[in-house]
Design a binder for this molecule. Structure first.
Ligand code: C2E
Ligand code: MG
Ligand code: MG
Ligand code: MG
Length: 292
């Protein structure tokens, strides 16, 4: 098609490409500045065991408190950084911030596990394990056993052998792993067998559709079965309603995270949320009545 349009057309493409490059460069510079000026925030979303009503941990999720545009979600700025060294700087900031926050919570008597999303490029960075160790040692009040790293299959895709080695080194210092958005990649099964992650997170797209899509429900059943065989912990994301929660529990997945349980919230709100949650938890009772 482009060929038919002739040489002038190619010329226009080049101009477009140059402009794109410039725009991307400017965007990256702005994001770097945001990091330096302290415009990033972390929100925390609770993870619970729906059967026992216990809070089992939190996931840290980055936000950009943009001076003009308000609070931006990661989709608005993280993808731009994923092929740049900036993702490493952002990732290290997140780890520092999470550990500092965990130290505060520990002082207040809340010792909850926290998981952190790690980008593929960051995880494969040559210094990853050493930097992680340094960051952990700067926060000696926090046990590395409370830190979990969430990685995507796409991160593993790059090089399974290196991946396994890096994971094992992290586990050697007490840090654990979850495979995020599980089931959305092409090679979930192979990676499940090869990667030493402790936990699988069922992707929210399957949970969202499982009530009226037999195939999504079948995928969830399959993942729950696999978790059993491979002895992995299991948690479902995207639980928005009691129906989602009940269906998951019925099929054997008791742990969940989602808007129906708790939205991502600023760190100041976490302790009060945790205090209020356990006594109020009603789904298991509900479940008994509605199943018979
Ligand atoms: P994720 O790790 O799979 O996180 C779950 C996403 O689903 C979060 O979106 C969360 O707010 C959202 N979510 C939670 N419950 C529900 C629900 O019931 N329904 C729906 N529709 N969505 C729900 P968020 O915060 O916009 O983050 C999007 C993605 O950005 C994350 O997906 C993760 O891959 C990435 N991300 C977030 N924070 C970080 C970070 O600090 N570092 C890196 N590298 N990636 C991050
Ligand atoms: Mg995640
Ligand atoms: Mg996910
Ligand atoms: Mg995701």
């Amino acid at each position: 098609q482009a060929k038919q349009l002739g040489r002038n057309r190619y010329h226009l493409y080049d101009l477009d490409a140059a402009k794109d490059l410039q725009t991307r460069h400017r965007e990256l510079e702005r994001i770097r500045q945001a990091l330096q000026h302290g415009e990033f925030r972390l929100h925390y979303q609770p993870k619970v065991n729906m059967r026992s009503g216990r809070v089992i941990g939190l996931e840290a999720l980055i936000r950009w408190q943009h001076p003009e545009q308000g609070l931006l979600s990661p989709a608005a700025f993280l993808p731009q950084t994923e092929h740049s060294p900036l993702i490493v700087d952002i990732g290290e900031w997140v780890l520092h911030e999470v550990l500092a926050q965990m130290a505060v919570w520990a002082l207040e008597g809340y010792e909850l596990p926290v998981s952190v999303n790690i980008a593929a490029r960051h995880f494969h960075h040559i210094d990853f394990v050493q930097r992680l160790q340094e960051i952990l040692s700067e926060h000696p009040e926090v046990s590395p056993h409370l830190l979990e790293l969430e990685i995507l299959e796409s991160a593993a895709l790059e090089d399974v052998l290196v991946m396994r080695e890096v994971m094992a080194a992290c586990q050697g210092i007490g840090v654990s792993f979850a495979l995020d958005d599980f089931g959305t990649g092409y090679s979930s099964l192979t990676y499940l067998k090869q990667l030493p992650a402790e936990t699988i997170k069922i992707d929210k797209s399957f949970v969202h559709d499982m009530l009226d899509d037999q195939e999504d429900l079948a995928i969830i059943e399959g993942v729950i079965g696999l978790a059993g065989v491979f002895r992995k912990e299991l948690i479902a994301e995207g639980v928005e309603t009691a129906e989602h929660g009940l269906m998951l529990m019925r099929y054997g997945c008791d742990c969940a995270q989602g808007y129906g349980i708790g939205r991502p919230m600023p760190p100041e709100a976490v302790a009060e949320w945790v205090r209020g949650f356990e006594p109020d938890w009603k789904w298991p009772l509900w479940a008994e009545n509605s199943w018979h």
